[in-house]
Design a protein. Sequence first.
Length: 489
Amino acid sequence: PYRQETYLINGELRKWEGEFANIYSTISSTEAYAPTLLGSVPALGEQEALEALHSAADAYNKGKGLWPTMKVKDRIAVMLKFVKQMEKQRDEVVKLMMWEIGKSLDDSRKEFDRTVEYIYDTINAYKELDNQSSKFVQRDGVYALIRRGPLGVVLCLGPYNYPLNETFALIIPALIMGNAVIFKPAKHGVLLFTPLLEAFQNSFPRGVINILYGRGRSVAPPIMQSGKVDVLALIGNSKTAIALQDQHPNKNRLRLVFGLEAKNPGVILPDANLDLAVDECVKGALSFNGQRCTALKILYVHAKIKDEFIKRFAEKVDALKFGNPWDEKVALTPLPEVEKPAFIQELIDDALAKGATIQNKKGGERTDNFIFPAVLYPVSKEMRVYNEEQFGPLVPVKPFSNINEIIDEISESKYGQQISLFGEDPQELSPLIDMLVNMLCRVNLNSLCQRGPDVFPFTGRKDSAVGTLSVHDALRSFSIRTFVSFQNN
Ligand code: G3H
């Protein structure tokens, strides 16, 4: 097992003598399901959580101004030192990502490389932002030296599905803007941070970044209840986000940066290029087994083409290869959340009881740690799969005859991230795009929904997000405009 008996608080990699949390993998190299013990991490509690908090607060407020007031070029040098050391850990991090969350070798490598690129892009965007936002202005004899500066102490909680990329999309902009950070990874995808601990320790001043392991419910509440957190940054579900926000004694002054749930629709119009629509919808709905907040989670198919679309779509889904992450050409892999197949099964059973049928031959086939994606049709508003985010291998399909039905459903939805539109006629598409872009945050024309490229704004309306994450926008999300003023008396 991969055992790492340290964690990072106040610039120290500490030896742990308490209880450990065991980390299992649901991947098996044999046919039979056998959870493999991968390693363990310290199961930290309230005491360590508060130490991390005090260390971050001191680094921000009492660190002799070392981090928040450090010169731009020096803070960039720290970031560069970190990313160069991180790059050396690629193989180790990729290996752990495959084992811990079952992401394919190719996708794990892509996630690592995308994250490194994100850090370099952030460094460049930071230089640009500092140039643009640093201004010397005067009016009516009052002079001001305006800058963009940090907010204070940031608590970051990461997700399991993109443990590296989504997490670094929070902590890197928070750090580069001069904030002090406490970070807790998700339950799955936690070991993969251990090879990076030294790079963090060697690069950042004491207390600027603290990395905690343990259950979210043990470490996050005491930190929030202290009232000393200035920014709560989280990628996950809204229930956790709201519960944590509520723990803050003065939650109205808390800056929030949340990436939450979505139920992104794919809409296939009667004149769509069906080959293209099928390909993009399969990738959009089922990449990484559908465990993406950006996944297509419901497909609306026009009545005129529904039979042909469903036939081709179902065949293509059945042709996806299931296997271990290192298998060649694997598309579907074991699920890290062991309870997920049972949840997906519940959604299927509910839909079947209310009139849907499974359209593909392999749909619903189960092993202990996997369920083959089912294509469910026709889905209706009374079904759980219509209302709940499946976040896994399941594709509900709903017919429509008039595009206004979809507009109404989107306006009633509690989510508001993005949509994929498949069609060819510019006369019909153009007013539709104008309308949809003001109801959601991104319209993807003849292509899947996605977050990337990471320089594009990533946000959502309603319950899908608070604040914007992207290379450029995140720098603003984690900062505030400040100035020094004087006047001629
Ligand atoms: O779950 C959300 C991820 O950020 C998805 O990223 O859509 O670019 O693959 P992606």
